[in-house]
Design a protein around this ligand. Structure first.
Ligand code: SF4
Ligand code: SF4
Length: 380
């Protein structure tokens, strides 16, 4: 997927289409597409760029922020180098302040995201922010972002979300045909690419409705010889490309991550832009994105509603929460997730706090194995 994205972005850049970097799932890709831009996710998942970032940023900061910024200072991310503009939001404090540093040498547009998810005034503010963003892109790229273009982009993104949801639904099967790691490989860093959507359709034809074995040859451990893989719901922070280590560690000890609730999984694709109940495309886009249950929202009840629904659908035997080091919002909210898992869903819960360094992999593996043993003892 990344090689394909490289070719696609390089060709688009060469043809004069603006590459627009995005840093978060709150960014409305539809408006960028309607402006003729190519929305590319720039979140860093590599430990290699972190030392360069730490020349400017505190060491005790989320690795996703440091890695992303490290790519900026080292110039090692071609997508970021091609980006004509980076769009960011006021989400967590670390990101907000990093954007100021990045904005000193890269064109940057910051959307002000209100954080009271249930407040009607806050939604109105977000609608206004998106209208200003629409105007900014229209001026910058000397184009009209018409209602027709917005509707076309909405339909494209709704189709993409629907196909990805259908792929994720394969994991509801008793023996899913994919591992969670394989499913994650279907996630593109570029949105709205017709060739990707066709690949999703091929994958659905190939795997659809067929139970299979999610165990690949690399995926066998002493725990999988005689027992079924443990079904895991993974929640918490996103797994940027290159930062899939914890997912791999979990699946290497006899599990299948049947549901990833985070921003690289189901969270951003559970809801479509609804043009049936809202005819103004910008308002419809604003509502969809504003419903994203990120921990930067306060309070954040939609995340718990979503977790309940996903648990009913995917039938996990345990919940694992990943928190990147120094990610305060997910860390604090984890207390409520633990309560939900243990008291309501009645499944074991484990929080893993880590960064991009593999130094604690053995410790994480041991904790995951212990969790699975507890789950099996409870079930058996
Ligand atoms: S977890 Fe929150 S801040 Fe991070 S990408 Fe998702 S919506 Fe954005
Ligand atoms: S993982 Fe947490 S600290 Fe890191 S960028 Fe996302 S919300 Fe911010």
């Amino acid at each position: 997927m990344i090689d394909h994205c490289y070719d696609y972005a390089e060709a688009a850049h060469g043809a004069g289409r603006p590459i627009v970097g995005i840093m978060c799932e709150f960014t409305p890709r539809e408006i960028i597409l309607a402006a003729g831009g190519v929305p590319v996710c720039l979140c860093g998942g590599s430990a290699a760029t972190i030392p360069a970032a730490e020349q400017h940023l505190p060491a005790n900061l989320c690795p996703l922020i440091k890695s992303t910024f490290g790519y900026h200072v080292t110039g090692k991310n071609p997508f970021l180098n091609w980006a004509d503009l980076v769009v960011a939001e006021t989400t967590c404090d670390g990101k907000k302040k990093m954007f100021e540093l990045m904005g000193a040498s890269k064109p940057m547009y910051v959307l002000e995201l209100p954080q009271k998810a249930e407040a009607p005034d806050a939604l109105e503010h977000w609608v206004l922010e998106l209208r200003k963003f629409q105007q900014h892109l229209a001026t910058r790229y000397a184009t009209d972002i018409t209602e027709a273009k917005l509707i076309q982009a909405i339909q494209l993104m709704n189709r993409e979300r629907s196909l990805r949801r259908q792929l994720a639904d394969l994991m509801t099967l008793e023996t899913p045909p994919l591992t969670g790691r394989q499913l994650l490989d279907f996630k593109s860093i570029i949105s709205g690419v017709e060739a990707d959507l066709q690949q999703y359709e091929h994958a659905l034809e190939r795997y659809g409705g067929t139970s299979g074995s999610a165990q690949t040859p690399n995926h066998v451990s002493r725990f999988t010889n005689h027992v079924s893989p443990v079904r895991v719901l993974l929640t918490g922070v996103p797994l940027a490309h290159g930062a899939e280590r914890v997912l791999e560690l979990i699946e290497n000890v006899g599990a299948v991550v049947v549901c990833m609730e985070n921003c690289t999984g189901l969270k951003p694709i559970l809801e479509d832009v609804d043009l049936d109940s809202e005819s103004d495309p910008i308002r419809a886009i604003a509502k969809k994105y504003y419903h994203l249950p990120c921990s930067v929202m306060t309070p954040n009840p939609r995340r718990f509603q979503s977790l309940r629904a996903l648990a009913a659908k995917f039938r996990p035997q345990c919940v694992i929460e990943l928190v990147w080091q120094a990610c305060l919002t997910y860390d604090v909210e984890s207390w409520q997730v633990r309560k939900l898992a243990e008291e309501e869903l009645r499944v074991p819960y484990l929080k893993i706090t880590t960064d991009y360094s593999p130094s604690d992999s053995v410790r994480i593996t041991a904790r995951v194995e212990a969790l699975f043993e507890t789950g099996r003892a409870k079930a058996g």
